[in-house]
Design a protein. Structure first.
Length: 332
């Protein structure tokens, strides 16, 4: 029987630890050009699980290519800024913006996006391969949509475009990630636990927000999709006196629950979430037109209290409307 001294054993463990740390070393990149600057800190924890801390600051709006694919999956938690695009293959809008978390799952497709220059784009991105991670973390597959764990059967019809407000728990986890007090192995273990926590928090929030909506809901017919688009157009006609959900469903000839499911399927959010998105987009256009002040814009998009509008606008865009109005007013 071969024996080994404690010192030799310690040296052996130290060598293996160093090799392991090298495999999971943080990869920090920075760049600067005429268009702006940025930093990306990628932290690999284990095969199939990475965390990225990203910061982009541009002088003018920038067009960028974005790939959506079944694996690895990315969940974007946006601290500030906005990225907006459109996936032509599935005719869906992709949004990443301040205060919200976004998740896109579809057969591989390319999407052209525009990154706003009004605020720096700051992201916490969780990138994971479900086939690897679910095998390592017991019961994780139980909280994920079935399309994730069976990407072979994924189609355009079963694609998921999800855009949710970050919960207080998500925000706390992000604060803890950005202010991590540890170094070396402790830092990696701490951040790995927070990355897994964010995955669970996101999909739990997604299920709660969608209520009775099932991730594997049946596909909608072309006629039903047309009525869903008609419902969205109706909402945009009158921000001050929008129809209630039951009335909206009656106008387009659909069951209210199926209409809400349809909004999730087509627009990635509920009827209420889509209506709020429309109001914020209209408010932004009105502020950029420089023809109205903030109070007038608030009333125009259906807010009786300017203060309520200001809070909603800041939550959506990461900047209060007064500051945004002042900024666009000074631009040429």
């Amino acid at each position: 029987m071969h024996t080994i001294s404690i010192k030799d054993f310690d040296d052996f463990l130290t060598e293996k630890l160093i090799q392991n740390c090298d495999s999971y070393r943080e990869n920090q990149k920075a760049w600067e050009s005429k268009t702006g600057s940025g930093t990306v800190n990628e932290i690999p924890f284990r095969p199939g699980l990475n965390l990225l801390i990203e910061h982009f600051d541009f002088n003018a709006p920038v067009t960028a290519a974005m790939k959506v694919q079944p694996s690895p999956i990315e969940i974007f938690f946006c601290v500030s800024g906005k990225l907006e695009g459109h996936a032509l293959d599935i005719d869906r809008k992709l949004i990443i913006d301040a205060g919200n978390a976004s998740f896109f799952l579809a057969p591989e497709l390319q999407c052209n996006t525009v990154i706003s220059s009004h605020e720096p784009l700051k992201l916490i991105t969780i990138r994971f391969s479900p086939e690897v991670l679910c095998a390592e973390i017991k019961d994780l597959a139980n909280v994920l949509p079935p399309q994730i764990t069976d990407s072979q059967s994924l189609t355009n019809e079963t694609s998921i475009i999800s855009h949710l407000p970050m919960t207080s728990d998500m925000k706390m986890a992000i604060i803890q990630i950005l202010s991590c007090p540890y170094t070396d192995a402790f830092r990696r273990l701490y951040l790995e636990s927070k990355a897994i926590e964010l995955i669970v928090l996101y999909f739990a929030s997604m299920q709660k927000a969608q209520g009775d909506f099932q991730f594997n809901a049946p596909a909608f017919t072309p006629s039903e999709i047309a009525r869903i688009h008609e419902a969205k157009a109706i909402l945009r006609k009158d921000f001050e006196n929008p129809p209630h959900l039951n009335e909206l469903a009656r106008q387009v000839g659909m069951n209210k629950d199926k209409l809400n499911q349809g909004f999730h399927k087509v627009f990635g959010t509920s009827v209420f979430g889509c209506f709020k998105q429309q109001k914020m987009e209209e408010a932004k256009k009105l502020l950029e037109s420089k023809e109205m002040n903030v109070t007038e814009v608030a009333y125009t998009v259906g807010y009786s209290q300017p203060g309520t509008f200001s809070r909603a606008f800041k939550q959506y865009y990461g900047i209060n409307p007064k500051a945004y109005h002042q900024r666009v007013s000074t631009e040429l």
